[in-house]
Design a protein around this ligand. Structure first.
Ligand code: TUI
Length: 314
């Protein structure tokens, strides 16, 4: 069994977080992951504070283990979600797609453990100074909003820049990725794409099917021109968006094309106008399974590999 300081800090069995996937990670998925021994995380995405509150309450009817909330910092509702997590005394808050400095003091004063996603060493140092409890170093293999660096180079550099526990994210979908993350200095992992295939993940069946059928070169990054690079499956939407980006479409028209695209993928499975966020590890996701089974399989795989690795050292 692999346990780390993260398990002790948060009262979880396995050092595995489920990524805060906008429109996807609701109270049902988060509770299933927490019941499986990881940390389930409700993604606020662009949703209102009240929606987040409902999902927290729902999750609490399904599990008595800790759950977290992910605050997407570009959301117009970020301020109200930040208040809701404090009022609801959510034990862990993760943040993404920006700088959470303005909330850190209130959250830490309320006893909330703040675990920001960082995509650079500078941000890792800033978050350490401001009182984060741990950091998630997310490489550009991940789905959704991506930074510049890969997991392989980001994780060791973030580990060198902080004394805090570091979780690795981006491109991790099985025991090999978890074992590698530990050898890079991480003491936990966050997986998003692998949990898209969880039985308790309520994305449209078309979305799930696309993940299960994905191959190695199936994802692409769009949105660099507007400063919000996003990794998703190569679909007609991604191709049209790329054509717009490089073909001189106005910023307003590009924004309009993106609006509602995540919802169309998650809720409607719209294969043409939907934006199916997914990481490069989509090709490694092979079947639908309960979240608890995913966590167990991945961690047992990592344990076997780490045991084997130590036998190579003479
Ligand atoms: O946040 C994510 N992934 C996301 S958020 C999202 S919702 C969305 N929808 C449409 C367009 C854009 C986003 C979908 N996927 N991952 C965590 C993450 N955070 N990756 C990179 C970062 C990050 C980037 C810059 C964290 C901090 C940061 O700081 C910049 C600064 O302010 O200095």
């Amino acid at each position: 069994m692999i346990q780390s300081e993260l398990c002790r800090m948060l009262g979880i069995r396995y050092p595995v977080f489920q990524g805060g996937m906008a429109w996807i990670a609701d109270g049902t998925l988060a509770a299933a992951v927490s019941n499986g021994g990881g940390l389930g995380i409700i993604a606020a995405g662009n949703a209102s504070g009240e929606w987040v509150r409902e999902q927290i309450h729902l999750a609490r009817t399904l599990t008595d283990r800790p759950i977290g909330v992910n605050l997407m910092l570009m959301s117009p509702f970020a301020d109200e979600v930040a208040k809701v997590v404090t009022e609801e005394a959510v034990p862990v808050v993760t943040t993404g797609a920006g700088n959470p400095s303005r909330y850190m003091r209130d959250w830490t004063a309320a006893g909330i453990r703040v675990i920001p996603v960082v995509a650079s060493v500078a941000m890792a140092k800033r978050m350490t100074r401001l009182g984060a409890s741990a950091l998630i170093a997310e490489g550009g293999e991940s789905g959704g909003h991506v930074g510049e660096l890969t997991t392989m180079v980001l994780v060791p550099q973030v580990c060198d820049a902080t004394e805090l526990p570091v979780l690795a994210a981006g491109g991790i979908a099985d025991g090999r990725g978890v074992a590698a993350a530990f050898l890079l200095g991480a003491c936990g992992v966050q997986m998003g794409t692998r949990f898209l295939s969880a039985a308790e993940c309520s994305i449209h069946p078309v979305y799930k099917e696309k993940i299960l059928k994905a191959t190695d070169l199936c994802t692409t990054v769009t949105g660099r021109r507007l400063g919000h690079p996003v990794r998703s499956l190569r679909t007609p939407f991604a191709r049209a968006y790329t054509k717009g980006e490089f073909g001189g479409m106005s910023d307003e028209d590009l924004e309009a094309m993106g609006t509602g695209a995540l919802r169309r993928a998650v809720r409607e499975g719209d294969p043409v106008n939907g934006c199916f966020l997914a990481g490069q590890a989509a090709a490694m996701v092979r079947r639908e399974q309960p979240a608890a089974e995913i966590i167990q399989e991945v961690m047992e795989g990592a344990e076997a590999l780490l045991r084997k690795a130590s036998s190579w050292v003479k």
